[in-house]
Ligand binder design. Structure first.
Ligand code: PEP
Ligand code: MN
Length: 443
C-alpha cells in the first residue's frame, strides 16, 4: 500500500501517519520528494490501516496488491481442478458441459432432460429447486421434492447434479442431495450464505453478481475459500449494463481477465448471459473459444411451456446441435471410447449401410466438384468483370433444391446444403475473376 501525502501536509502529519502504521505492527518507508511525501506500507495485513486516508494531510491511498489472497494466482500459481463425482473441472482438461432445466418442474421432465443431455455429452445435470427470480410473483421452485428428484435423476443417469442454494439454513439439506452447491447472482454478496457454503463438504459454483466487478466477485470467492472450502468454481453469467437488447451483457473478457488473476476454474452461462435462445449457441461457442473450463446451459423438453426462463432454454434438438457444433470446432473433445468389446463391433447390417454411405459420399464429392467446374466455365465464358452474378437465378435454384428429391431432410436443411454449395461455386468464380483482372494465374 502506498500513502500519498498532500503537498500541504506538515511534518507532523507525516509523523502521525508513520506512527499509525507502525502502531499496527506494519513497516513505514517514508520517501520525501520536492513537492510531496509518499509512504510505503509493508506487512502481511496492510488492510489494518485501510482507514488511513482519513488522517490529516493524506491525499490518496493506493493498494498495490490484491485484496484477495487464497483465490489469487500469486498465492497458488497452479490452476485448481475441482472434481465433481469423478468429473474433473479446470486445468484445461476438457470442456465440461452442465445442462438441464432452469427449474425442476416434475420428476418426469427432469428424467427425460437428464437422459437427453447425458446422451448428448453433458457431464453434469443442473436444475433449480429454489428459484430466486427477477420478480417474486413468478414460480419459485418446488423446493425439497425437487432436490429428491435431482438425486433420483443422478441415480438413474450417473450425472452428478448441481442446484442453487438460497438460504444458509438449507446447506445441510443440499449436502444430502446434490453434488455442487450453486450460489446465484442475486446472492453473491450474501456473506452469511457464502460462509455457510464455505463449510460445506461439496464444491461451490459461484455465479458473478450481475452488478459485481471482477474484484468483488473474487472477494466473494475468497470468503468461501477462507471459510474452509477450497473447491470453488466461478461462473460468468452476464452483468447489467445500459444495453437492453439482451437480458444481460455476457462479459466474456472476464474469462481471460480471471485467468490472469485466479487459479480457480471458470465457467460461462450463456443462457442467463443473453436471455435469448438464438444467442445461446453462438455465445456458448465463444465462451468455449475464450477458454472457459465449462458451460452452463438451460435445456427444456418444451421451452415454450417452461415455468421459468423458457425464452432462453434450448430444446433437446437445439442442445444436440450445439454439442455437435462444439465438437466440430474441436472445443469439445470426445471422451476416449472404452476399449472395444465384442458387443461394440457394429452388427453386420450397420457395416453394410456404412459402406453404402461411403459410396454416396464419394459420388457427392465428385458431383460437387463437377458443379464447381461448370460454374468456372460460366465465369470464363462471361469474361471480364462487372457482369455480377445472377442473384435471381440463385434464389430460384435454392427454392427448387429445397423441394427437390424426397427424403428425411427438411426444406430448411436442403436450403442450407445448397446454400453452401452455391457459396463455394461463387468463391471459385470470384478467384477466376480476380485473377483475370490482375492478369495472373488463378490461385
Ligand atoms: C440459475 O442458474 O438458475 C440462475 C438463477 O442463475 P443466476 O443466478 O445467474 O441468475
Ligand atoms: Mn434460469
Amino acid at each position: 500500500m502506498i500513502v500519498v501525502m498532500s503537498p500541504m501536509a506538515t511534518k507532523g502529519d507525516v509523523h502521525a501517519v508513520r506512527r499509525t502504521i507502525e502502531g499496527h505492527g506494519l513497516q513505514a518507508f517514508v520517501s520525501s520528494g520536492q513537492e510531496r511525501t509518499v509512504i510505503g506500507v509493508v506487512g502481511s495485513d496492510v488492510d489494518r490501516v485501510a482507514n488511513i486516508g482519513s488522517l490529516p494531510g493524506v491525499e490518496q491511498v493506493i493498494r498495490v496488491t490484491n485484496p484477495y489472497k487464497l483465490a489469487s494466482v500469486e498465492h497458488h500459481p497452479e490452476r485448481t481442478r475441482v472434481t465433481v463425482g469423478g468429473v474433473p473441472i479446470g486445468l484445461g482438461d476438457e470442456l465440461v458441459v452442465v445442462a438441464g432445466p432452469c427449474s425442476v418442474e416434475s420428476a418426469e421432465m427432469l428424467r427425460d432432460t437428464a437422459r437427453w443431455v447425458g446422451h448428448e455429452g453433458a457431464r453434469l445435470l443442473r436444475g433449480g429447486a429454489y428459484k430466486p427470480r427477477t420478480s417474486p410473483y413468478t414460480f419459485q421452485g418446488l423446493g425439497e421434492p425437487a432436490l429428491e428428484m435431482l438425486a433420483a435423476a443422478r441415480a438413474e443417469t450417473g450425472l452428478p447434479v448441481i442446484s442453487e442454494v438460497t438460504d444458509a439454513a438449507d446447506v445441510e439439506l443440499f449436502d444430502r442431495h446434490v453434488d455442487v452447491l450453486q450460489v446465484g447472482s442475486r446472492n453473491m454478496h450474501n456473506f452469511v450464505l457464502l460462509r455457510a457454503v464455505g463449510q460445506s463438504s461439496h464444491p461451490v459454483l459461484l455465479k458473478r453478481g450481475f452488478g459485481a466487478t471482477i474484484e468483488e466477485w473474487l472477494m466473494a470467492a475468497e470468503y468461501i475459500l477462507s471459510s474452509g472450502n477450497s473447491n470453488v468454481i466461478l461462473c460468468e453469467r452476464g452483468i447489467r449494463t445500459f444495453e437492453t437488447a439482451t437480458r444481460n451483457t455476457l462479459d466474456l473478457s472476464a474469462v481471460p481477465v480471471l485467468r490472469g488473476k485466479t487459479h480457480l476454474p471458470i465457467m460461462v452461462d450463456p443462457s442467463h448471459g443473453t436471455g435469448q435462445r438464438d444467442l445461446v449457441g453462438p455465445m456458448a461457442l465463444a465462451g468455449a473459444a475464450v477458454g472457459a473450463d465449462g458451460l452452463l446451459i438451460e435445456v427444456h423438453p418444451d421451452p415454450p411451456s417452461a415455468m421459468s426462463d423458457g425464452e432462453q432454454s434450448l430444446s433437446f434438438a437445439e442442445f444436440g446441435a450445439l454439442m455437435d457444433e462444439l465438437r466440430r470446432m474441436q472445443l469439445l473433445r470426445e471422451r476416449p471410447a472404452p476399449a472395444a468389446r465384442p458387443a461394440d463391433v457394429p452388427p453386420a447390417p450397420i457395416g453394410d449401410l456404412r459402406g453404402r454411405i461411403d459410396e454416396v459420399d464419394a459420388t457427392l464429392a465428385s458431383l460437387v466438384q463437377q458443379r464447381a467446374a461448370l460454374a468456372l466455365e460460366v465465369e470464363r465464358a462471361r469474361g471480364g468483370i462487372g457482369h455480377g452474378h445472377d442473384v435471381r437465378r440463385e434464389r430460384e435454384l435454392l427454392e427448387r433444391a429445397a423441394h427437390e428429391g424426397s427424403g428425411p431432410l427438411s426444406a430448411d436443411e436442403m436450403t442450407q446444403i445448397f446454400g453452401a454449395v452455391l457459396r463455394a461455386s461463387r468463391a471459385v468464380q470470384r478467384r477466376e475473376a480476380e485473377a483475370a483482372l490482375l492478369h495472373r494465374q488463378p490461385a
